[in-house]
Write a protein that binds this ligand. Structure first.
Ligand code: NAD
Ligand code: WQD
Length: 338
């Protein structure tokens, strides 16, 4: 018997598609909604090959209120995982209104659709970007949020605030906010991975695109920071580990184990990895030499950030299995295949 019927918004995207696989493998029934602004439906074939299940995707823009409410009225969901958002930090600086419109309206419409149809469980994709430039390392869920470095980061802070307010006045509404650190890597089957319609800017795809020759060279954005080797430090988390945390979060709500109706969790592996260490990990596991140069610092980069994710271990039973080498190995296998 199914553990529940889950709407996965942004289900054709990178983290959404890996989460759908994990949900199906753990007994959930899934319906996707994605307006295909940064994905295409071919990912559903990969999901079907891995799981044997054909997932339906509704092509709906969740920033459109009527269409979103209609979707909720047409289908009965027991829970929602809300991934759908625009996510490019640099682009958000140039197009703030588009980011606020898309990311805020889609969350508001999803909440309204849930409330109209009595759906009470929501898992929301937040981000370590809500911590801004913090000195407190590793960051825990109690580390105060600083001013966000970009409109994108600000949309995540505002979405969190919307959910805090909704939970305060709606005791039946159960929200779990997951703050992801730096997701990377691909499903070991190589049938799904990161396949954005927009040009990649995150480190792992930039590395694999350089290695395969799509880019002539890549830049390391600064080697004069106050870190062990001068490059910035991040907490890279394998997308398969990240995906599983969503299943565990739904189980946690289903089993009513939450201490409050709005719980926050950091999702990172708790290890800081520098840009140069990530590059060397890639070279070591693949045997491919990367053509990289040291460039200027990138505006808005925080120097170092990594998670304390003990709460997710303790309360969700989440134990990440993969490290930076596994991330690079699977990201490279996926790049070669796609
Ligand atoms: P993604 O772009 O691959 O997936 C998001 C999907 O949402 C896309 O397929 C896009 O087409 C869809 N979408 C966007 N706006 C929509 C709308 N209005 N209506 C319907 N569909 C819409 O991104 P991802 O990396 O899978 O990220 C998923 C979530 O996780 C996002 O909320 C993102 O902000 C958050 N997040 C991502 C990272 C990361 O580095 N990848 C880190 C922290 C948080
Ligand atoms: C990682 C490191 C770069 C590309 C962003 C968002 C964050 C979250 C994750 C969504 C940095 C360096 C990168 C390159 C490089 N996303 N780098 N050369 O900036 O840590 O986080 O994605 O919520 O909110 O801000 O990720 O992958 O862009 O960069 O040297 O060509 O790699 O300077 O130190 P970032 P990233």
């Amino acid at each position: 018997m199914s553990k529940g019927r889950i709407l996965v918004t942004g289900g054709c995207g990178y983290i959404g598609s890996h989460t759908i696989v994990d949900l199906i493998e753990n007994g959930y029934e899934v319906v996707a909604v994605d307006n295909l602004s940064n994905a295409d439906e071919s990912v559903l074939k990969g999901i079907a090959e891995i799981t044997g299940v054909n997932v339906k995707n509704h092509v709906v823009d969740l920033a459109e209120r009527e269409a979103t409410i209609r979707l909720f009225q047409e289908e009965a969901f027991t829970g929602v995982i809300h991934f759908a958002a625009l996510k490019h930090v640099g682009e958000s600086v140039d197009q703030p209104i588009r980011y606020y419109q898309n990311n805020l309206n889609s969350l508001l419409n999803v909440i309204e659709g849930m409330q109209e149809t009595g759906c009470q469980h929501l898992i929301f994709s937040s981000s370590c970007s809500v911590y801004g430039n913090t000195d407190e390392l590793p960051v825990t869920e109690k580390t105060p949020r600083q001013s966000a470095e970009s409109p994108y980061g600000r949309t995540k802070q505002m979405c969190e605030d919307i959910l805090f307010d909704v939970c305060k006045i709606s005791p039946d509404f159960q929200g779990v906010l997951l703050r992801y650190f730096n997701p990377a890597g691909a499903h070991p089957s190589c049938l799904i991975g990161e396949a954005p319609s927009n040009p990649a800017s995150n480190l792992a795809p930039v590395i694999t695109e350089t290695a395969i020759g799509k880019r002539k060279e890549m830049m390391v954005f600064g080697n004069d920071y106050n870190t062990s080797d001068g490059s910035c430090v991040r907490d890279y988390i394998h997308v398969v580990d990240l995906a599983h945390a969503h299943t565990l979060a739904l189980d946690y709500l289903r089993e009513n184990r939450q201490a409050s109706n709005c719980e926050l969790f950091n999702l990172g592996i708790g290890t800081g990895v520098s840009v140069l260490e990530a590059i060397h990990a890639f070279e070591e596991v693949t045997g491919v030499r990367l053509n990289y140069r040291i460039g200027d610092r990138r505006a808005g980069d925080v120097v170092a950030i990594y998670a304390n994710a003990d709460k997710a271990g303790r309360e969700l039973g989440w134990q990440p299995k993969y490290n930076i080498k596994d991330i690079m190995k699977t990201a490279w296998a996926w790049e070669q295949k796609r």
